[in-house]
Design a protein around this ligand. Structure first.
Ligand SMILES: Cc1cc2nc3c(=O)[nH]c(=O)nc-3n(C[C@H](O)[C@H](O)[C@H](O)COP(=O)(O)OP(=O)(O)OC[C@H]3O[C@@H](n4cnc5c(N)ncnc54)[C@H](O)[C@@H]3O)c2cc1C
Length: 350
C-alpha cells in the first residue's frame, strides 16, 4: 500500500514479483463483490448503554463498548480503530477490558488496516470469539479476505459519511498544535450535547481543552478531503454483509422522543441471526427500542446515499500546496456561506 498525492493508501502491484495469480483482484470487494445473504430481514433498534459514563465517552449511545465487553468476557478479541503514538488512526486489537478504551469514539480519519485481517483470521481459526468493527468497505474487505463464514465472528460496520485523508489530518495537527504534547483528542465532544461534530483536544500538563482544530471537522462535514470513492460508495445499502451496523440515531426526537436526552442514542441495524443473538445476550446492559426502519433511515441518509461530490475538493487539494490547511478550509467555508446568502436573497427577490 502506498500513500497517494491526496494522502490515501492505495494498493500497488510490484510487477517484477507478481505471479499473475489474480488473487488480489479476486479478494477486492469492489472488483469481485461478495453476495449479501438475504435469509434475515434487517431490523432497526434505538439503543442506549445504561452505563452513563461509558455512554458519555462514546460518540453515540455507547453500543460499541457493550459489544466489545461481551466479546472480551467470552475470551475473545476486539478489533477497531485507535490512535497510534503519532496520533494517526490505525486498526489494532485488544484482548482485555481496559484495552477497549482507546478503540472507543469515532476518529474521522481513514484508518490504516495493517495486518488486522490476518490477525483476526488467526483468532477465528483458533476458535476465539472476534468482534471486528470498521467502515462498510473495511468489513467488505475482511469478508472477502476470510472467504468463509465464521460463527465466532461478529462483524460490525458503521453508517459512514466517508473517510477523510490521513495527510490532511497530519497537516492540521502539525500546523495547529505547535507547542506542547497531545494527551487526548475527541472528535465528538458531548459537553454541549450529542448533536454535531465538535472537535476538542487536550495537551499534557494542561487543565483546559482547546477547540481550534474545529476547522478540520467542518472541512470533513463539507466533504473537501474524503477518499474519492466515498462520493460514489458501493456499500450504501440497507442490508449489509456485516452482522450489525452502528450509527447515530439522527432524528430520534421525531420518531422515539423518549429515547432522546441529547447525550447520545445509537441506531442499530441488525442484519443476521448472529447479530440478533449477541444483541439478545447484552440486552440487560442497554435500553433498547424496536423502531421502524423507514423512519430511522429517513433521517440518516448516509446509510443509503453517498455524499455529493464538491468542486471545492479539487480547489482544496491545489491550494493546500501553497497555503495552510486551516486557511484553505476556512476560506472555502466562507465562500459557501456567501453563496448561500446570495442565493437566499435572489430567491426572496423572486
Ligand atoms: C469515518 C466515520 C464516519 C461516520 N459517519 C457516520 C454518519 O454519517 N452517520 C452516522 O449515523 N454515523 C456515522 N459514523 C458512526 C458513528 O460516528 C459512531 O462511530 C457509531 O455510531 C458508534 O458509536 P458508539 O457510541 O456505539 O461507539 P464508539 O465508542 O463511539 O465507537 C466507535 C467505533 O468505531 C470504530 N472507529 C472509530 N474510528 C474509526 C475509523 N476511522 N475507521 C473505522 N472504524 C472506526 C471504533 O473502533 C469503535 O469500534 C461514522 C463513523 C466513522 C468512523
Amino acid at each position: 500500500m502506498r500513500e497517494d498525492r491526496e494522502g490515501f493508501l492505495q494498493p500497488h502491484i510490484d510487477t517484477d514479483t507478481c505471479i499473475k495469480c489474480h488473487k488480489c483482484e479476486k479478494t477486492c470487494p469492489i472488483i469481485s463483490p461478495i453476495t449479501i445473504p438475504t435469509d434475515f430481514e434487517t431490523q432497526a433498534f434505538a439503543a442506549i448503554n445504561k452505563d452513563e459514563a461509558v455512554r458519555m465517552r462514546s460518540s453515540s449511545g455507547g453500543m460499541f463498548h457493550a459489544l466489545a465487553k461481551w466479546t472480551i468476557e467470552q475470551g475473545g478479541a476486539v478489533f477497531g480503530a485507535r490512535f497510534n503514538e503519532n496520533w494517526e488512526v490505525v486498526h489494532d486489537y485488544t484482548e482485555t477490558l481496559e484495552g477497549i478504551e482507546p478503540f472507543m469514539r469515532s476518529k474521522y480519519v481513514q484508518s490504516r488496516i495493517g495486518d488486522t485481517f490476518k490477525q483476526a483470521k488467526q483468532f477465528l481459526d483458533a476458535g476465539r470469539q472476534v468482534l471486528f468493527v470498521g467502515t462498510p468497505c473495511q468489513i467488505g474487505g475482511l469478508k472477502s479476505y476470510l472467504k468463509k463464514e465464521y460463527d465466532n465472528l461478529l462483524a460490525v460496520d458503521l453508517i459512514c459519511h466517508g473517510v477523510p485523508s490521513p495527510k490532511v489530518w497530519r497537516a492540521s495537527l502539525s500546523e495547529t498544535i505547535k507547542e506542547g504534547k497531545l494527551s487526548d483528542i475527541i472528535f465528538r465532544d458531548k459537553q454541549e450535547g450529542w448533536r454535531g461534530v465538535r472537535l476538542r483536544y487536550t495537551l499534557i500538563n494542561s487543565s483546559s481543552s482547546a477547540k481550534d482544530l474545529q476547522y478540520y471537522a467542518n472541512g470533513f462535514l463539507d466533504n473537501y478531503f474524503l477518499q474519492k470513492c466515498c462520493y460514489n460508495c458501493k456499500f450504501k445499502t440497507v442490508h449489509r454483509n456485516a452482522d450489525i451496523t452502528l450509527a447515530d440515531a439522527w432524528g430520534i426526537e421525531n420518531y422515539a422522543p423518549n429515547m432522546d436526552d441529547n447525550k447520545g442514542t445509537s441506531l442499530l441495524l441488525v442484519h443476521t441471526a448472529i447479530g440478533y443473538t449477541i444483541l439478545s445476550a447484552i440486552v440487560q446492559q442497554i435500553n433498547l427500542l424496536d423502531i421502524n426502519i423507514t423512519d430511522a433511515l429517513k433521517t440518516n441518509k448516509r446509510a443509503t446515499t453517498s455524499v455529493s461530490y464538491t468542486k471545492h475538493r479539487t480547489v482544496f487539494y491545489l491550494l493546500i500546496n501553497i497555503f495552510p490547511v486551516s486557511i484553505v478550509i476556512n476560506g472555502l467555508l466562507k465562500i459557501e456561506k456567501y453563496k448561500k446568502k446570495i442565493l437566499k436573497r435572489l430567491i426572496k427577490q423572486k
